[in-house]
Design a protein around this ligand. Structure first.
Ligand SMILES: *Cc1c(COP(=O)(O)O)cnc(C)c1O
Length: 348
């Protein structure tokens, strides 16, 4: 936040941009009966013959109420992947600016930095998978636009210590993106409550994990109204389709079912951890605050292949720094979990 000034962070081309004005931007329905002959749609009703709401107002209204933020502090995208890409494109000048990531972490930050031709400065997590604040601040320069913090972190599973994140938010003069894809499984509070305290904070969430809607692609970005305005300027006009908006709305309204599933996943996770603890080839199980477990084994390549031969696909994370000989297990249904545990016990 130190010396934070949003205007100096926005790319010049974005500042100058005159955004595309869609038919649905120019005339917003007030609910009265109108003939809509302005968007060259096929007029015959089939449920999706009309363009969707470019600002997804119904869904934002519901999310805003549930999360205690204003609708103007929300941007929705075609998965978090689109949201993250928009953040790069709004703030990072190609071949000029840099971003900071903290491996081992989610692979998309690095890929997006490659796609957008933005230097990725990597600062390894400490041995206990915490951000190394001093080293991070050491690589920052005037061209450092974004700092990605994934908490709970993928693939390690842990949530970072609050004090470390606070230090980074307070000291970094670029934007701090906290990726909370797994927050619904976590014991820790979301950083959403801090949105009004840190003008440089962006929180991303998704319906792909706890909400069980990976197939519809709905990513959520929460930030100050000023940041959201910049992102709205460059987003494709109809980036969240009608079917996605509908399914998301239904699911977010059915919070009881979502919570029930989360509780079940957490119970299953505990059972999986107990089972892993009893296996000779498992050397270490890392603390997790997410719906997966990272475990160090005797020989990850061998165990990965053995599981594949028994029709079980897990993720081999061994090539990631600090993750030598690790496998990442996603928590499945009680039935899938039982099969996984039985299969693990058969390995020798
Ligand atoms: C799974 C995951 C996402 C989800 O991305 P979507 O594009 O919304 O499906 C985002 N961040 C992290 C760290 C993840 O593991």
């Amino acid at each position: 936040m130190k010396g934070f000034d949003l205007n100096t962070l926005v790319r010049e081309s974005v500042q100058k941009l005159q955004p595309y004005s869609s038919a649905r931007d120019e005339y917003v329905s007030d609910g009265s009966e109108m003939l809509f002959l302005d968007a060259n749609e096929n007029p015959f009703d089939n449920g999706v013959n009309r363009y969707p709401d470019p600002y997804q107002r119904s869904l934002k209204l519901l999310l805003a109420e549930q999360k205690g933020v204003s609708e103007s502090q929300i941007l929705l995208g075609n998965g978090s992947d689109e949201v993250l890409d928009l953040i790069y494109r709004a703030f990072c000048e190609p071949n000029q600016d840099n971003i900071i990531t903290l491996p081992p972490t989610y692979g998309m930050y690095k890929v997006l930095s490659g796609i957008n031709a933005v230097e990725n400065r990597e600062v390894l997590l400490t041995d206990d998978f915490e951000p190394n604040v001093k080293e991070i601040l050491g690589v920052v320069d005037a061209k450092s636009k974004l700092l990605f913090i994934c908490s709970p972190n993928n693939p390690t599973g842990n949530s970072f210590k609050k004090e470390r994140i606070e230090q980074l938010l307070a000291s970094f003069s670029g934007l701090v993106v906290i990726d909370e894809a797994y927050i619904d499984f976590s014991k820790d509070e979301s950083w959403l409550s801090q949105l009004n305290n840190y003008p440089n904070l962006i929180v991303t969430q998704t319906l792909s994990k706890a909400y069980g809607l990976a197939g519809i692609r709905l990513g959520i970005c929460y930030a100050s109204e000023e940041i959201i305005k910049v992102l709205n300027k460059i987003k494709p006009p109809y980036n969240v389709n009608q079917l996605t908006q509908q399914r998301a709305l239904e699911r977010v309204l059915n919070q009881d079912l979502v919570n029930k599933e989360i509780q079940q996943i957490l119970q299953e996770r505990d059972q999986l951890i107990t089972a892993l603890n009893n296996l000779g080839f498992v050397k270490k199980i890392y603390p997790t605050d997410a719906n997966f477990v990272l475990a160090k084994v005797d020989n990850a390549n061998k165990r990965y292949q053995q599981l594949l031969e028994k029709q079980v696909v897990v993720r081999n994370r061994s090539t990631q720094p600090l993750c030598e000989n690790t496998l990442r297990f996603t928590v499945g249904t009680p039935d899938e979990n039982k099969k996984l545990i039985a299969t693990l016990k058969e390995l020798n």
